[in-house]
Write a protein that binds this ligand. Sequence first.
Ligand SMILES: *[C@@H]1O[C@H](CO)[C@@H](O)[C@H](O)[C@H]1NC(C)=O
Ligand SMILES: *[C@@H]1O[C@H](CO)[C@@H](O)[C@H](O)[C@H]1NC(C)=O
Ligand SMILES: *[C@@H]1O[C@H](CO)[C@@H](O)[C@H](O)[C@H]1NC(C)=O
Length: 396
Amino acid sequence: MTYSCQLFSLISILIFSPIALALPHSYALWAADSAIKRGQGNGLDSNGKPSVSYEHGELQWGLRQLYEKTGNKKYYEYIVSAANNIVSNSGTVLGSYVISDYSLDPVRTGPTFLYLYSETKQAKWKVAADTFRAQLNAQPRTAEGQFWHKLRYFNQGMSAHFRRHIFYAQYTKHFQPTNNTAWADIASQFTLMYKNTLQAPGSANYTGLLYHGYDHSHTATWASSDRGHSPEIWDRALGWFFMALVDVLEIFPKTHGDYASIQNILLDLAPKVRDAADPQTGVWWLVMTQPGRARNYFESSGTAMFVYSLLRGVRLGYIPDADGSIVQAAKKAYKYMLANWVITNSDGTMNWTNTVEVGSLSGDGTFEYYVGVPLILNDLKGLAAFLLASLEYENL
Ligand SMILES: *[C@@H]1O[C@H](CO)[C@@H](O)[C@H](O)[C@H]1NC(C)=O
Ligand SMILES: *[C@@H]1O[C@H](CO)[C@@H](O)[C@H](O)[C@H]1NC(C)=O
Ligand SMILES: *[C@@H]1O[C@H](CO)[C@@H](O)[C@H](O)[C@H]1NC(C)=O
């Protein structure tokens, strides 16, 4: 039998065996179709009012990649209708968005506006993107130049908001490619956060990863007196930062002197993220600084974010993986996710479990705080990250 014949029979077995039929063709498609069927990420809140939500922006980031991969217009159309719900015909950003909050959260929908502008050349998307860009120009900063997360979080930077810098980089690439002040500023957002929140060698339960937040004034209840960082490493905050590192390198000019400073952060963190996984299950703890402690648990959104970033970082050549250990770690975690966090519903959709609702530094940022936050079924922050992780896994 020739090789191709053998391959053909193998495929036939896979296609026609009942077990294979029960499995979805693609977990990325299944996650997207399930979210769409539930109306998730459609630019509206539960009362049907416009909602400029970073979670929606994250889903759209995945749907765009799915559309580019499959050519299925339904994903593109879902993005368009969601974005139309939050931007008026003249380009006003709707919902509760006001520039004077200086919150970086809504800015995560900016890449969708830039994408639709490049696809349609409709002026409204450029007007909406310009609104976010104007916000960044006036965004309050620490004395070192680091963006505050929002006006009411005086002097504070959170690693969770780093996905928003993707917009800053894309906007610069589209409209101001030679604005070196902007490129240097984007890079310095990453290097400042890294410097200010990196766990010091010799710390108890050393991971060498990044604490959740930083307060330049060192006055927040959670800020360490010596460096101003929060007490714990929270998986999803690091997950957002880690995804942003990989995605920003795709946009940032390789010839710019600061490209290496961003890549070096990724090179430092990638093996540490790999090594922080629980050795048995291969996935990551909610509070990464307290592995195995009672009430701590394996959290699904952070895990999906690490899988996406590790696989994508290796695939695009940003993270070397000579011994294959990084991809191996990501695959192990991915299989755990499928076996433990994906539920098949009788209507053919999937549910996604074990994503923590929120992690905020409006309180004291202690271990007790993080483990006390509820888990949310089908939380879009986790489900969108699972979609992205699945896209990368299915690219292997
Ligand atoms: C370049 O970027 C900087 C920093 O974001 C900004 O202040 C400035 O307005 C930009 N320059 C132009 C010509 O748009
Ligand atoms: C180190 O980890 C252990 C096990 O999770 C935990 O009980 C302990 O509180 C941690 N120590 C610090 C200083 O975080
Ligand atoms: C799946 O999620 C929906 C809510 O989106 C819920 O009503 C349903 O009970 C869940 N199914 C299972 C098996 O958990």
